[in-house]
Design a protein around this ligand. Structure first.
Ligand code: SAH
Length: 233
């Protein structure tokens, strides 16, 4: 018998299938920006599996599988599923990869990364969101995820270097500290640009000489990446 408040992971399978079809169509339409007409089977399988309805506010469950962002409180959002798909796909993750994510929010993208990669280290600056994301991911059985409250601009030096870095809030320029925490050959995706303007999703690939080769992909709209609270001495 289902526990009161327990998440039914299998519910809404039909809605998820419909969403997958919409993401596939949008991938074809945005090919000239991303260079990819379709996303990998592993990424699409993760989107078909993760119950997005468990990550949205209860009053929004009926619209959880629309291909659009939704508000999650604290002025923050859950990203549009197509954006989650394209950002995950651009990282070309292997099943053993260790990934740093900045901006856990509700934890939906974290769950997708946890399905596709080996281990996910996620940093969220708003403590209440971090606590709720941690609890939800644990309830859904993701044991390969760590969520920490903190300032993503610092990265997670104790666990660096990472195979991949994903930033899901927009800094005005690509944070060098995060590029430093990437392995040679590693990939990062970051929406770069001014707040309240359209940003550009930048893909960076770390070269053998330690430099980051970057490429602009598609226009995106993210909440700003904010400086974390100053640490008290
Ligand atoms: N990844 C989420 C979307 C997150 S919205 C998803 O799955 O839908 C962006 C998040 O980044 C917000 O929760 C915001 O609080 C957080 N954020 C903003 N600046 C940050 C910083 N410096 N460090 C860590 N998190 C930050």
């Amino acid at each position: 018998m289902a526990q009161p408040g327990a998440i039914d992971k299998r519910a809404y399978a039909e809605e998820r299938r419909r969403l997958i079809g919409q993401i596939e169509a949008e991938a074809r339409d945005t090919r000239s920006w991303t260079g990819r007409a379709r996303f990998s089977d592993r990424v699409m399988a993760a989107l078909a599996r993760v119950p997005r309805h468990a990550f949205v506010p209860p009053e929004d469950i009926s619209v959880a599988y629309l291909n659009r962002p939704l508000a999650i409180g604290h002025g923050q959002t859950i990203s549009q599923p197509y954006i989650v798909a394209v950002m995950t796909d651009l990282l070309d993750l292997a099943a053993t990869d260790r990934v740093l994510e900045i901006g856990s929010g509700c934890g939906y993208q974290t769950a997708i990364l946890a399905e596709v990669a080996g281990r996910v280290y996620s940093i969220e600056v708003i403590e209440d969101l971090a606590t709720r994301a941690r609890r939800r991911l644990a309830e859904l059985g993701y044991a390969n995820v760590e969520v920490r409250t903190g300032d993503g601009f610092q990265g997670w030096p104790e666990e660096a270097p990472f195979d991949a870095v994903m930033v899901t809030a927009a800094p005005s320029r690509l944070p060098g500290v995060l590029a430093d925490q990437l392995k040679a050959g590693g990939r990062m995706v970051v929406p770069v640009g001014r707040p309240r303007a359209t940003q550009t999703l930048v893909l960076g690939v770390k070269q053998a000489d330690g430099t980051l080769k970057t490429k602009k992909t598609l226009p995106v709209a993210f909440v700003p990446m904010v400086k974390g609270a100053e640490k008290k001495p």
